[in-house]
Design a binder for this molecule. Sequence first.
Ligand code: BG6
Length: 384
Amino acid sequence: MIIGITDGVTYVASDVPAILKYTKNVYYIGNHEMAKLVPGEATFYNLDGDVIQKDITEITFSAEAAEKGGYEHFMMKEILEQPDVVKATMNSVIKDDKIDLSSVGLSDEEIKNISNITIVACGSAWHVGMAAKYVFEDLAKIPVRVELGSEFRYRKPLLDKNGLVVVISQSGETADSLAALREAKDRGVKTLAIVNVVGSSIAREADSVFYTLAGPEIAVATTKAYSCQLVSTYLLALQFGLIRGEIEEVEYKNYIKELQTIPDKIQRIIDDKERIQWVASKFANVKDVFFVGRGIDYAIGLEGSLKMKEISYVHSEAYAAGELKHGTISLIEDGTLVIGILSQDDLYEKTVSNMVECKARGAYLMGLTTFGHYAIEDTADFIT
Ligand code: BG6
């Protein structure tokens, strides 16, 4: 719940966009807190009736950012916003071609002493965690475990006092993720939140916060916040890698340069949307869709598959490409759509061979790969 204040008027709403037209000054009310509202003023109390002081938060995004702006759906608008918001998120920590985590509140000393990382999240944010595991282990050589918030909170996970628990959440309010954060804090483990909504419960309660700058995400199924979360984990892993001496300065600089090309690359994909819409209409009535990939491509497939289910109401599964043959391949039949994700050169041939196995069973193959991998045209029926 939030409380908005302006001259002579007080508003109560469940989220900021509802009152943005009227005020940008809001209070976040926490659990076990009460508020007495009079026009233009709010006083806060704990359950004993003692007054508590709260700071007002000024919302930085505009009312227009939370409106459809001529688009038919918020989701379409949010997909198209990705290049800008990913750039804004990167720019918030890249200063003079270096990553500066001072706004996050993580010191070099703390980063050096982290023994392991536990990432806890739900839904798409959990998929970001699955991708981040590969990146952190690769760049920073820190062991990473990825947990679902709804599982973590109901068991007794082993947590090391020198570990770091990273909670990823767009809203900062998902109950299972919040409960996991509290569990970690109760056990005295340092917490870092990657959150989009300023002032949300997870942002307020975590020891350090990396804010994604996706702006308001109105569509329930995340798109732009997911992309910002992904890039945030890359930035963190890169900085951890440098500080812990796992990557050289030159390599670090090259990665930063590469990261800075991502917004334009996303734009290039968006510019190709007519082709993507064409293939989507061709497969709109498909019964099953399988996403296959290895390593980080598997993690990306998990998200693609969730979107397919949630947005298109089409049954879909994501598989680590090498695992498909252990039973599930029996579900591949004539016309089943299999989307192979092929973004890594070293795993390319391996995944292609798994796609060929599906083709032998009648699957229609789509290859999702980076520009220049034209050889995939020999195998896949459609390439993007
Ligand atoms: C789900 C949404 O209900 O919540 C997903 O449909 C989202 O898109 C998930 O990833 C978790 O939400 P949050 O706010 O914690 O990132």
